[in-house]
Design a binder for this molecule. Structure first.
Ligand SMILES: *Cc1c(COP(=O)(O)O)cnc(C)c1O
Length: 358
């Protein structure tokens, strides 16, 4: 038998979470965001689970082209657009939709007459200050893009910095509406947090990322409260058990010291599998169906867990690092990060399977 760590991705959970966004956004399209290999779930797997999706958004062009070649005919959006003229040609050849966020990208269109018309997503910087045309230049640059004659559609878009906060989109919406006033083009503003918290941002098309995978973008609204289901179960097994005496220590640095006699379980999962090394003792984990806590430092290939709450645990007992019964967001919170990072970081050495059963 191979090392027991593996992940299982649920097609039905992906479809359920996508359907929740569709319900929340009845009058707009929902693009499923599948960048970073479908937030670690597998680009091919996630797109196959959602054949009815209105479209997909990613930023790695190889995956976008592969998706097109597999026969998906609707929108495939590149969220950072193209990086050089060769990529612009590839965008056109595969009929990908592309974000255009800076004047250099418009200049590339001007320099090489397009072979096919482009679906352009014109990105406006409303305060995030990463990508997008500055407010003061946006109108001018939009006209410049239109003058190329290279586009068959233009969607106006922005991305929010604080949509997980109450009132976190007000100033950005004001800026976006002011700069786009009177322009009769479709709009796309909302990420997951805005889909569920800010209906005024829905526009014509939303971009659902983290909630598709069943994790929450909010610090104070658990995924379950939003009706989401975890799309990934990250599982392993106990491969060893140590019976320890008071004063015995566990793992590197001997950080965890037993106060009482206790059993410590050793799980085949470490930071080289994508488990966060910064998860401290006390981080929740599911062992033999019961909740317990990790005890001692996360090492490259193993974590150690307190077996007192699960006396029935044996070598071979199942462990869930996150998934059903143990939200990735709880593990992330304990480790000082967010579910996004943990899901994306599941390592290549972890086998990923899939199911339709949960
Ligand atoms: C990643 C991304 C999204 C999805 O955000 P979530 O918070 O995961 O829903 C939406 N829009 C853009 C531009 C992105 O880069």
């Amino acid at each position: 038998m191979p090392r027991p760590i593996h992940a299982i991705v649920s097609h039905s959970a992906l479809r359920h979470n996508y359907a929740l966004a569709k319900l929340a956004v009845p009058h707009a399209k929902v693009l499923a965001v599948v960048k970073a290999n479908g937030y670690g779930h597998g680009l091919e797997r996630v797109t196959r689970a959602l054949p009815q999706a209105d479209g997909f958004a990613t930023l790695e062009i190889d995956g976008a082209i592969a998706l097109r070649n597999r026969g998906f005919t609707d929108t495939i959006l590149l969220l950072e657009g193209y990086f050089d003229p060769a990529e612009l040609r590839a965008v056109q050849a595969a009929e990908l939709a592309t974000v255009i966020h800076c004047e250099e990208q418009i200049a590339m269109i001007e320099a090489q007459p397009p072979t096919r018309p482009l679906d352009a997503w014109f990105k406006i910087n409303t305060g995030m200050n990463r990508l997008g045309f500055p407010l003061a230049r946006a109108r001018h640059c939009l006209e410049r893009l239109e003058r190329t004659g290279a586009t068959r559609s233009i969607t106006l878009m922005t991305h929010f910095a604080n949509s997980d906060q109450p009132g976190g989109v007000e100033e950005e919406m004001r800026r976006f509406n002011e700069v786009t006033r009177g322009i009769a083009l479709p709009r796309s503003l909302a990420n997951s947090a805005a889909i569920f918290a800010h209906p005024d941002t829905h526009g014509d098309c939303v971009r659902q990322g983290i909630t598709l995978y069943g994790a929450t973008p909010f610090a104070d609204r658990p995924a379950k409260a939003l009706g989401l289901r975890p799309a990934m179960d990250f599982r392993s097994e106990l491969i060893a058990i140590q019976d320890l005496e008071p004063g015995d220590c566990v793992g590197y640095g001997s950080d965890y010291r037993c106060e009482v006699a206790m059993r410590i379980g050793v799980v085949a999962c470490g930071y080289a599998d994508g488990y966060p090394r910064h998860a401290p003792s006390g981080t929740p984990i599911l062992v033999a169906g019961g909740r317990t806590k990790i005890a001692g430092r996360v090492s490259m290939d193993m974590i150690t867990v307190d077996l007192r709450p699960v006396p029935e645990a044996r070598i071979g007992s199942p462990v869930v690092m996150w998934g059903e019964g143990i939200p990735v967001d709880e593990v992330a919170m304990a480790a000082g990060t967010v579910g996004y990072e943990l899901l994306c970081a599941v390592a290549p050495r972890v086998r990923i399977g899939e199911t339709d059963a949960f």
